[in-house]
Design a protein around this ligand. Structure first.
Ligand code: HEC
Ligand code: HEC
Ligand code: HEC
Ligand code: HEC
Ligand code: HEC
Ligand code: HEC
Ligand code: HEC
Ligand code: HEC
Ligand code: HEC
Ligand code: HEC
Length: 298
């Protein structure tokens, strides 16, 4: 009974002309007739070249319809001048993002996309096509695409201290997987520190004397996206240090006292606060391996 109903609905849903065979698939040659421009792009792009010259399996061999789905209903709609063109366009507000994305994930669920489900980008209703252009020679998005939504990151890159992204030696993808990741903030590694160690191995240790904030999270002191303070620091030394070291031990109190800040233009400075400030003496702020480096002075 249910089965019969299903067949009837299916019959009504797709064009009678193609209903008899193939579940509404018409074959991509039909598409070429009306979409000459796309056809020309398709001959050059990665999908078109692979699907046309060496399709791997039934789905790829469907060509245009591998992504856009069965075209019979669409051609019928065009004939009837129906404004609903009845085909997946990957962008319109009509269909759900999940429906559009499922078509891409049919082939790309593995590897980098393993974290897509549940990622912030997915949960924000983004589509694969929000970043990827398919009918284009280059389907891999450039960093520019990220800036269309994350404008503050573009601004940060222009600051004096930055990793070499704007020089073209790194991109966002070196640290983030735009499809989601195992750690916080879609990082490729399980934690902020693991991310930093991937390139700054010497900071991993092991160290005899650890500075707890460095072991806990490099982002306690650094902003990886750029800063106007040297070494990507979030706050200038000594204020950075003083933001945590407010209570005093054996250390003379005036060393912490902002009132002793050097006055610009005068030679008077205190060693504690001038130049590299606390770093004049506590130079090994990431921790120390020296037997007497407990205070990070060597
Ligand atoms: C009889 C002509 C004709 C054929 C055949 C045809 N299309 Fe279309 N198609 C159109 C027209 C007209 C439009 C609307 C104007 C435009 O976007 O070019 C359209 C629009 C589209 C769109 C955009 C839909 C939207 O909502 O923006 C897609 C995707 C598409 N066609 C894919 C296909 C595919 C895939 C095939 C082959 C299965 C196909 N078309 C076959 C005429 C045709
Ligand atoms: C790998 C998946 C894929 C394949 C294969 C594919 N398309 Fe598309 N198509 C898309 C996506 C995604 C879009 C949305 C626009 C974009 O990303 O460039 C799109 C957009 C379109 C549009 C709308 C263009 C516009 O400017 O709005 C048409 C028409 C279209 N495709 C036709 C075709 C035809 C015809 C073929 C076969 C020759 C084809 N597509 C093959 C994924 C695909
Ligand atoms: C029928 C299977 C299939 C579907 C559906 C499909 N792709 Fe692909 N995709 C492939 C194959 C095959 C390649 C080529 C892989 C290779 O070069 O090793 C590819 C390559 C890519 C690449 C890399 C392109 C490059 O220039 O290196 C991107 C990005 C991509 N696909 C995105 C998408 C998106 C987005 C969609 C949905 C709109 C989609 N794909 C739908 C099979 C598919
Ligand atoms: C936030 C932007 C963004 C979104 C959304 C996005 N991607 Fe990507 N994708 C990228 C970037 C950037 C790259 C290039 C990565 C690189 O070059 O290492 C990429 C690379 C790819 C590649 C080729 C690299 C590889 O691993 O083989 C495929 C395939 C791909 N994406 C598929 C998808 C699919 C499928 C979706 C939707 C489920 C999607 N992407 C959503 C930004 C995005
Ligand atoms: C269409 C808009 C859009 C584009 C394009 C875009 N993003 Fe996003 N991104 C978002 C939104 C929305 C969020 C979620 C923000 C929130 O919830 O506060 C987000 C969140 C993120 C996060 C935080 C993820 C987390 O789990 O906390 C990272 C990292 C990120 N994006 C990186 C990128 C990168 C890299 C690119 C370029 C490849 C990119 N984005 C392109 C809209 C976009
Ligand atoms: C050197 C590694 C690295 C690079 C390169 C990088 N990020 Fe990040 N990003 C991080 C880390 C680490 C965090 C988490 C920071 C934290 O927890 O304070 C983060 C967090 C984020 C967030 C979410 C945090 C928030 O403010 O909501 C977004 C969005 C983001 N990055 C976007 C980008 C974009 C866009 C690019 C490329 C222009 C980029 N990132 C390049 C390491 C990086
Ligand atoms: C993909 C590799 C990579 C990752 C991951 C990475 N960095 Fe870097 N970092 C670099 C490169 C390359 C430089 C520039 C080195 C140079 O110029 O000698 C750099 C420079 C720096 C600098 C010095 C900046 C300056 O203005 O002198 C700091 C601080 C820094 N990184 C902190 C971090 C932190 C914190 C993390 C983790 C959130 C991190 N890095 C993750 C590659 C990376
Ligand atoms: C307590 C604050 C603090 C924390 C936490 C911290 N740093 Fe730093 N970092 C600094 C300061 C201050 C400098 C500048 C040192 C100087 O100028 O001598 C610096 C400089 C750097 C530099 C550039 C100079 C160099 O030593 O190569 C890198 C790279 C760096 N930090 C990486 C990291 C990494 C990776 C982590 C996490 C393991 C981290 N930092 C945690 C305060 C911190
Ligand atoms: C995010 C908080 C935080 C920041 C920022 C910070 N520290 Fe620390 N620091 C700690 C903690 C926690 C300890 C270990 C607890 C303790 O022994 O007092 C510590 C320990 C130390 C010690 C050794 C103390 C001892 O008793 O052995 C020195 C020296 C030190 N920090 C110097 C600095 C300097 C210099 C800076 C600035 C570059 C700085 N710290 C920034 C949290 C911080
Ligand atoms: C002129 C060198 C010098 C400067 C500059 C300096 N310190 Fe120290 N600091 C020391 C010495 C020496 C000790 C060890 C005292 C002891 O062991 O009794 C010490 C100890 C510490 C300790 C360990 C706890 C304590 O009080 O014994 C902390 C935390 C500390 N300094 C933080 C800072 C901060 C934050 C700054 C910058 C505002 C700073 N120091 C500037 C020399 C300096």
């Amino acid at each position: 009974m249910l089965r019969l109903l299903y067949v009837v609905i299916l019959f009504l849903a797709i064009s009678p002309a193609y209903a008899a065979d193939n579940g509404g698939y018409v074959g991509e040659r039909e598409c070429y007739a009306c979409h000459k421009e796309i056809r020309a792009e398709y001959a050059k792009d990665r999908h078109g070249r692979v699907f046309t010259s060496a399709p791997n399996g039934e789905l790829q061999a469907r060509g245009c319809e591998a992504c856009h789905g069965p075209g019979a209903g669409h051609i019928d709609a065009v004939d009837r001048e129906d404004l609903d063109l009845r085909i997946q366009n990957f962008r319109s507000e009509k269909g759900l993002p999940t429906e559009a994305n499922a078509r891409c994930l049919a082939c790309h669920e593995n590897g980098e996309r393993g974290f897509w489900k549940g990622s912030r980008h997915e949960l924000s209703g983004m589509r694969c096509a929000s970043c990827h252009k398919i009918h284009a020679e280059e389907a891999r998005p450039a960093m520019e695409v990220c800036f269309s939504c994350h404008q503050e990151r573009r601004a940060q890159l222009q600051r004096t201290s930055h990793m070499p992204l704007r020089e073209g030696k790194m991109t966002c993808n070196n640290c983030h997987n735009p499809h989601g990741g195992p750690g916080p903030s879609a990082l490729r590694q399980a934690s902020v520190n693991e991310n930093c160690y991937a390139c700054h191995q010497e900071k991993r240790g092991p160290l005899v004397w650890e500075h707890p904030p460095a072991r806990e999270n490099c982002a306690n002191c650094h902003d990886p996206h750029g800063s106007n303070y040297e070494s990507l620091l979030k706050v200038k030394v000594p204020y950075l240090c003083q933001s945590c070291h407010t209570t005093l031990g054996s250390h003379p109190r005036n060393r912490y006292d902002g009132a002793n800040l050097p006055v610009p233009g005068t030679p008077s400075t205190t060693m504690q606060l001038a130049g590299k400030g606390c770093l004049n003496c506590h130079s090994q702020v990431h921790g120390s391996n020296h037997p007497s480096g407990r205070r990070f002075q060597r």
